[in-house]
Design a protein around this ligand. Sequence first.
Ligand code: TYM
Length: 490
Amino acid sequence: MKNSLKEKIAEQLKRAKIEHEFIVLPEDLPSDSLSHVRYLGIAIKEAVPTILYRTEKGLIAAQRCMDSMIDEEKLKKLAGAKQLTFATKKDLEELGLESGYVPLMGLNIPYYTDRRVLELKKAYGGSGSKVFNLKISPHELVKINKAILGEFTKITTEASMKVDSKIQVYSGTRATGRLHLGNYLGAVKGYIELQQKYSCVYSVVDLHAITTPYDKDQLSQNTLNVVMDYLSAGLNTEKSFIEVQSLVPQHMELAYYLGTLYPVSRLEDLPTYKEKKAQFPKYINIGLLYYPVLMAADILLYKASLVPVGVDQEPHLEVTREIARNFNREYGETFPEPHRFATPGEYVPSLTGEGKMSKTKEGSYINLVDNKDTIKQKIARVVTDSGGPGELPKSGSVANLLKLVELFQGKETAEEYKKLYQVSGIKYQVIKSNLSEAIFKELMPIQEKRKKLEENPGEVKEMLFEHAKKLRKLAQETVDEVKEKMGFFK
Ligand code: TYM
């Protein structure tokens, strides 16, 4: 959305001498109203989302307190309309808007406001810019919009429950073994940061794990191992849902529906598909091709808008956004277009000097469960050069080693080493020893927690089944909505 709409609104409010406030929002805040409510620390009722509808007479805007649901029959009556459907993505584009960012005012269409909004001291809503919230007196708002007032909402406990259980963040890791430093820094650290602020689902994606060769006798244990690593690293089962993907079969059902909205040729072009094809030439299966569609279904199943993943997953997120866009265009506004949440470790390089740290590349990784000696041995094996003085290598194992120094010992230490390399030369033995210590220092508390968890795998399993039960319920809501919108028999 262009900032000019916010400026137009600011100008209009200034001219009318209406008291108001534009509150700055973080750029990574998801577009849904609940995220705004949480961030602003206001009551759900005080948030006033503006919903755009298409009627046979044109577009209209409806405003209500967020703790209530619109009764579309009543709204139709108030607006004198025979037909009422959600505005399409194209409608929003024509108004110069992005979905999820509809402003409280400033659109040249009729406004309808539910009378409960007037009970508020202040209303909070869209401002015409993603990074600002508009706070305004509801009486002034209604006046400036020349809004038609009416009663067209119902407050149900079901509505507020739905709001409370709304998921905003989704991410997952394949069940291919233990987590390594790449998974930890690129993804899990982001999971932990986000669980403080948002409703999150963190999954172990075992359905994705079977798209490349795997051992059926190990799959279940590998799944549990990733969960154990999640919990040891700091995921909190009170704050986040931990999902075993195959326990929520709705992922597969939604993936099938969404697959009909995406061309095969685009999937064949994706870098991860090409890499895996080259790596496992005898195992090129339909599941592998379908991998990004299933990933899109994972995220969209819960309508999550923020996805903490490493930079390698960006092409898959682009597919997810395209699929969401295609669905919304064909069947009406349903899914948000999710974005990546990046951490400082969004790309952890391989110890071998080539590419990223990866489970499938032997010698490239350090696991979260590696002990001090193993870490020391792995770091010792990193191939180094004479250590300068001279020009600093931009890629390869020395550059990767210094990147790890930056991630575990801080930018300053890494910069110091880089300068020394250029001016007087560095001694790798000391650097490697300090780096190994720093890595182990970060991993030690994780490993201690893991030992305790391992004493009671039954409890962890029970939690997973509990969480799956709740998640299946949430997931079914989306599947039902999608089936209805796609016109299936009911
Ligand atoms: P996977 O299992 O390969 O990796 C799990 C997470 O770890 C991140 N990661 C890295 N980050 C930085 N540097 C590295 N060297 C590194 N290696 C791995 C990945 O970016 C990822 O965040 N397709 C996904 C799994 C998935 C998923 C989803 C993720 C399935 N459905 C829905 C998010 C949302 C994958 O293969 O991750």
